[in-house]
Design a protein around this ligand. Structure first.
Ligand code: FE2
Length: 300
């Protein structure tokens, strides 16, 4: 059993780096870290050095990163995954530097989503210099696509410490790795990809202020504002460049008594099962998983 201590980052390939950075800063509000590499932009939202890296190149999600406790835990995870027959690759020192981690390993989930486990992700203590006052407090969660969410649950709950918090029928599995209702979710889709990346905001006012800001700036709202009955979070999904869906949300449920929580099942066809406020619901756009050029070698 591999213990994930937190989500770490999303790494996404973009054909137009300037446009993607303009959106991530000027619209989403993230801080652009001082550039240290040609063709890579690091975006910051909280104590992490970055939680989103935009990499110039083919469009598509490169990898989703998760933290483990330390180098020992990473080595143990590597052994455990290899014993399970999963092809694991150690990142080079240069790749680790680009991720602002000491070490990392890369492998695919059973559906082709590229995952990375990292040790010692760098943190920064100075306050985030947000580009605009969106009210972001932290990188909240990431959602992956898979054709079978029950199979995905089996993967995450047997190899890792993820527990299901709630099911949305066979459409989604919401998973926690700490008291937050979900830091990871898997949504049903034919192909691997990143369904969305979430940023928590400080208040309901931020959600609605952001909604007006996005509409005023011609950003495509995918869903919301609304409220998810599972996590109780007030959500707003919107589309960024190159098919990358962002989400702001506020008020996610915390499950403090882990042992007492019984996962619930919601029928996605039932009115109000996605949005308690009964707004229009849709499956948000996903960014497809970028296929590595060679088997076992992650793109940048
Ligand atoms: Fe979400």
């Amino acid at each position: 059993m591999i213990t994930l201590t937190d989500i770490a980052y999303v790494r996404s390939g973009v054909a137009d780096l300037d446009a993607a950075v303009r959106f991530a800063t000027g619209i989403v509000g993230l801080e652009l870290a001082a550039p240290t590499e040609i063709g890579v932009a690091h975006l910051r939202a909280d104590h992490r050095h970055h939680c989103l890296a935009l990499v110039e190149g083919p469009s598509g999600v490169i990898a989703s990163g998760f933290s483990v406790a330390d180098a020992g835990a990473l080595a143990a995870a590597e052994t455990e995954l290899e014993r399970a027959g999963i092809t694991v690759r150690r990142g080079s020192a240069q790749e680790a530097r680009s991720r602002r981690v000491r070490e990392f390993i890369a492998f695919d989930d059973p559906f082709g989503n590229r995952l990375e486990l990292v040790s010692q992700q760098e943190i920064i203590t100075r306050p985030v210099a947000f580009t605009r006052p969106a009210g972001i407090t932290e990188f909240g969660h990431l959602c992956l696509d898979a054709p079978d969410v029950y199979e995905a649950h089996r993967f995450w709950s047997t190899r890792f410490n993820a527990r299901v918090s709630d099911w949305i029928g066979d459409a989604a599995c919401l998973l926690r790795i700490d008291p937050v209702h979900h830091k990871l979710a898997v949504f049903k889709a034919d192909k691997p990809g990143l369904c969305h990346m979430n940023f928590q905001v400080a208040s309901i006012d931020d959600v609605f202020r952001n909604w007006h800001f996005l509409v005023d700036h011609g950003v495509q709202i995918e869903m919301g504002p609304g409220r998810h009955p599972q996590s109780t979070a007030i959500f707003l999904y919107f589309l960024g460049p190159e098919g990358f869906t962002y989400e702001y949300s506020f008020g996610v449920r915390r499950i403090e008594d882990d042992a007492a929580w019984i996962p619930r099942t919601f029928d996605p066809e039932e009115i109000g099962s996605i949005d308690m406020w009964l707004g229009p619901v849709k499956r948000v756009s996903s960014q497809a998983q970028l296929q590595p050029k060679k088997v076992g070698v992650p793109a940048s």
